[in-house]
Design a protein around this ligand. Structure first.
Ligand SMILES: Nc1nc2c(c(=O)[nH]1)N[C@H]1C(S)=C(S)[C@@H](COP(=O)(O)O)O[C@H]1N2
Ligand SMILES: [Mo]
Length: 320
């Protein structure tokens, strides 16, 4: 048979990524049968009667999507960096089960015309949630491919109307010792809380920058930064600040948590750069989670075409 229906597969064999891929496969196959070249959204009235379509809005690869094989839902949700929940890769999954991503309020302040407190829904209202399959390269020299859902950060920025004096935007993670075990420590703190990050405004409005709200077609799991986290795939993973509660526009280059912690090891830009080694290890190669052999790391994590021009004329060794 041509199309395996979800009901033909033992439920124990179905993983979230199977469902995700089968949706995409269904659309591709159905479109091929109908001779539709570019499988965009199939209009409801023309949905062919072949197999069950669990999610008709599934799309073909978008212009920013990588065709590389995505990591499994299990990898993406059990191998995490989220120090508020602990420093081991398995801690975020174990310790985030009771985290409350709802209701959620984001405070917007600084140099913009639309400051105020926004509910999660209000902040993203009117902006279309998109699929983006991105590579993620951690500064620790491992990487993954993650199928995110989210809203283009440029659309959120536009809605908040930064003034002409605003040059940067700063983000902060929730500060809540009741929910984050590591924020309860008074001694031997791993980081100064809350975690914070920043972008230049042109970076924040680059089409690649995303506020992720989901992955594999499901709401963002707590350990991945629910309900809202930053994704800048050309930068090291630590720029991807999780559980954002604060957005502030400023004319001064903000610090970020890791730069504040170790300024000789981490900078403001943190663009993926195989030629600039971390003082304690090489950045020339990376290990894709799930693979054995290392692969070369690409400048800007392979996104040069979209982002390199933002850094023309800059010394990328100094501005690391
Ligand atoms: N608030 C917060 N955000 C964070 C971190 C963190 O410790 N706290 N870790 C960062 C690092 S180092 C990486 S590599 C990514 C990991 O994202 P993932 O767990 O969804 O793969 O989150 C980033 N965002
Ligand atoms: Mo990281």
């Amino acid at each position: 048979m041509l199309i395996q229906r979800a009901s033909d597969i033992a439920s124990s064999e179905i993983t979230p990524e199977d469902l995700y891929h089968s949706r995409r496969e269904f659309i591709k196959t159905a479109s091929a049968l109908l001779g539709i070249a570019a499988a965009g959204t199939i209009a409801p009235g023309c949905t062919p009667n072949v197999g069950a379509s669990p999610e008709p809005q599934a799309k073909k690869l978008g212009p920013y999507d990588t065709a590389e094989k995505a990591n499994s839902f299990d990898d993406i949700t059990h191998y995490n960096n989220y120090y508020e929940f602990g420093v081991d890769k398995s801690d975020p999954e174990k310790n985030s089960k009771k985290f409350q991503p709802k209701p959620w309020t984001v405070k917007v302040e600084g140099m913009c015309n639309k400051p105020g407190s926004y509910s999660f829904d209000d902040l993203i209202k009117g902006i279309t949630v998109e699929d983006r399959i991105y590579r993620m390269r951690c500064v620790e020299a491992w990487s993954m491919v993650i199928p995110w859902q989210g809203v283009p950060l440029a659309d959120v920025m536009k809605k908040l109307e930064p003034t002409s004096s605003a040059k940067y935007v700063e983000f902060k993670t929730l500060l809540d010792p009741n929910q984050y075990p590591e924020q309860r420590r008074s001694l031997f703190k791993v980081l100064d809380w809350p975690y914070f990050e920043g972008l230049r405004l042109d970076e924040a409005t680059n089409p690649l920058a995303l506020f992720a709200t989901g992955l594999y077609g499901k709401p963002l799991p707590n350990q991945n930064g629910a309900p809202l986290r930053l994704i800048t795939p050309w930068k090291y993973g630590f720029k991807g600040i999780k559980a954002i509660v604060n957005i502030r526009f400023t004319d001064k280059q903000p610090l970020n948590t890791w730069q504040q912690q170790a300024p000789n090891e981490y900078g403001f830009y943190a663009n993926v750069n195989p030629k600039v080694d971390h003082p304690r290890w090489s950045q020339a190669q990376e290990r894709r989670i799930g693979e054995f052999f290392k692969r070369p790391t690409l400048p800007f994590n392979g996104y040069s075409e979209q982002v390199a021009r933002m850094y023309e004329g800059m010394d990328l060794r100094k501005n690391f």
